[in-house]
Design a binder for this molecule. Structure first.
Ligand code: ATP
Ligand code: MG
Length: 391
């Protein structure tokens, strides 16, 4: 007798024509996340099965709970389709502390002669006879699920909820503008959930921003990478552009123009690395650069599609997700970001596009942008806790 992990697919089951692609993508993602762990995996149209040593079981289950495209995860006992073996296993896994139970049989293998309802009664009767438990079909304390399949019979009591969504990568890749704040890691998580894999882009301005600020961003990337397994981080040296803006443009337009430069650089990286969309953590009205007028003036430098997953969320809603995915505690560490170091007293709330263009044309930003692109530092293949000790 053996234990195994059974994975039920999520929303992908609704996509009939693409089912195979979805399932293969999910399997690849599982392999990426479970690298360095010993296990065997197999799959059919409705399930994936993982077998492993008992010592790896819990580790694998917890990692599976961060993989999009999984509806639920079950640790099942696999036995031969033999009534005595099934009875013995069902009795063994009964929660004797509970008061009531219900048996639920699914007969996927129709060559098994006993119908599901009859089999429920056989197993239920056996448990009633050998324990003090009672049957409650409406609100049982626990369920005994029995799935009779061609390859054997699977028995389990608990079904853990997966995180749903689409397999990461099914929509291709986008570029997440990742700052050290609360919003952008959440925006990244929400994009991954819809199947968009990520590369990250971080603008640093040393010596105005610290190495801790950079490590904080890398730490955030490593947390959201648990949902993907292959997120690269592009670190752009942004100091010269920021200083040029500061020197040549009026205070109130510094942020507007800085963000236009960020988008220009993001677009170039997308084209270079074949990324389909820019993603960021902008939220309507949160700061002066995120009024609808500001968003319009900033957005107009690029034709790339831009997704703002948290645009319509309140800060408290964003914080709730940040807490759930484990980025919040890192995001609130106090290291300053390039957006906060040159913060003007009165940033323009309703910027004028013509003025923004006139101000930024007062210096040769194209050269500086190309220099940024040429000097990007790329970080990949890092582990989840790799940057903790530098914070
Ligand atoms: P967050 O919005 O993530 O909490 P923040 O509030 O510091 O961080 P904002 O000033 O609100 O950032 O900027 C809006 C968005 O612009 C961020 O969510 C992020 O996507 C992007 N962004 C800001 N600063 C940077 C940076 N240094 N590198 C990369 N992207 C950035
Ligand atoms: Mg923000």
């Amino acid at each position: 007798m053996e234990k195994l992990i059974m994975i039920k697919y999520g929303e992908l089951t609704t996509k009939k024509a693409n089912r195979k692609i979805f399932i293969n993508m999910l399997e690849n993602n599982i392999k990426k996340i479970l690298k360095n762990i010993d296990y065997q995996i197999s799959k059919d149209r409705v399930r994936m099965y993982i077998t492993c040593d008992n010592k790896n079981l819990n580790i694998i289950v917890s990692k599976l709970q961060k993989i999009f495209g999984i509806h639920s995860i079950v640790v099942a006992h696999k036995v031969n389709t033999n009534i005595d073996e099934i009875k013995t296993k069902c009795l063994e896994i009964c929660n004797k502390e509970s008061k009531t139970f219900k048996v639920n049989t699914k007969r996927a293998d129709k060559s098994f002669e006993i119908h599901s309802m009859d089999f429920n009664n056989i197993i239920g009767g056996y448990i009633l006879k050998n324990t003090n438990l009672k049957v409650d079909v409406h609100n049982p304390d626990f369920m005994i699920n029995i799935e009779i399949r061609k390859e054997g019979t699977f028995i389990y009591t608990n079904e853990l909820k997966g995180i749903g969504g689409y397999p990461v990568g099914i929509q291709g890749k986008g570029l997440l503008m990742l700052s050290g704040g609360i919003d952008s890691p959440v925006a990244g998580y929400l994009s991954l959930k819809r199947g968009v894999d990520l590369e990250c882009l971080y603008f640093e301005s040393p010596p105005h921003t610290s190495v801790e600020a950079k490590n904080k961003v890398l730490k955030l990337a490593s947390i959201i990478n648990e949902y993907s397994g292959n997120i690269k981080v592009n670190i752009v040296p942004f100091t010269e552009i920021q200083e040029a803006i500061y020197k040549n443009c009026p205070d109130s337009y510094i942020i507007t123009i800085m963000r236009r430069m960020m988008y220009r650089i993001a677009e170039k990286i997308c084209l270079k690395n074949k990324l389909k969309v820019i993603i960021n953590g902008e939220s309507i009205g949160q700061v002066a650069s995120q009024t609808l007028t500001s968003i319009g003036v900033i957005n107009s430098v690029t034709n790339m599609p831009i997704i703002r997953p948290v645009a319509c969320m309140d800060k408290l809603e964003i914080i709730e997700i940040a807490n759930k995915i484990g980025t919040y505690e890192t995001s609130i560490l106090p290291y300053e970001d390039c957006c906060t170091i040159f913060l003007p007293k009165h940033p323009v709330i309703n910027p004028d596009l013509d003025k923004a263009i006139r101000y930024e044309n007062s210096f040769d930003y194209e050269i500086l942008i190309d220099k940024c692109i040429d000097n990007i530092e790329v970080i990949s293949n890092y582990e989840t806790n790799e940057f903790d000790s530098y914070l």
